[in-house]
Design a protein around this ligand. Structure first.
Ligand SMILES: C[C@H](O)[C@H](O)[C@H]1CNC2=NC(N)=NC(=O)C2=N1
Length: 113
């Protein structure tokens, strides 16, 4: 199977299905550093990234933003001194789509400066 980080987001319509429990179990194994969280009944993928200072944190944030624009899929980004929290979910379906796992895997590849 093609690595998640080599795949691209598909257009996600409001009637697209959320990932099934079986798909979720397979996909989370491929992004082991990410946690599945539920907020306001919406399942999301979240990871905290640590940095030495604010400049590195905002530079990483901007790399993620550029990737999100290319993919047409957008995360919640919280940039703090030395820390960036990234949260992926699909607004259109109020839950997790394969796109979120692809983008989480791509986010991991942007870590190196
Ligand atoms: C029209 C546009 O493609 C949509 O609004 C996209 C933009 N980015 C998006 N990002 C995320 N995370 N979920 C969406 O449903 C979504 N929809």
């Amino acid at each position: 199977m093609t690595e998640l980080n080599q795949q691209n987001c598909q257009a996600c319509r409001a009637d697209a299905p959320q990932v099934s429990d079986a798909e979720l179990a397979v996909l989370v194994n491929q992004i082991p550093d990410w946690a599945v969280v539920v907020r306001e009944n919406i399942m999301q993928l979240e990871r905290e990234f640590k940095f030495k200072n604010f400049k590195q944190a905002i530079a990483f944030t901007n790399r993620v933003a550029e990737m999100a624009e290319v993919e047409g899929h957008h995360p919640a980004l919280l940039t703090e001194w030395g820390k960036v929290t990234i949260t992926w979910w699909s607004h259109s379906i109020k839950g997790l789509h394969k796109n979120d796992f692809v983008c989480a895997a791509k986010t991991d590849t942007l870590l190196a400066d």
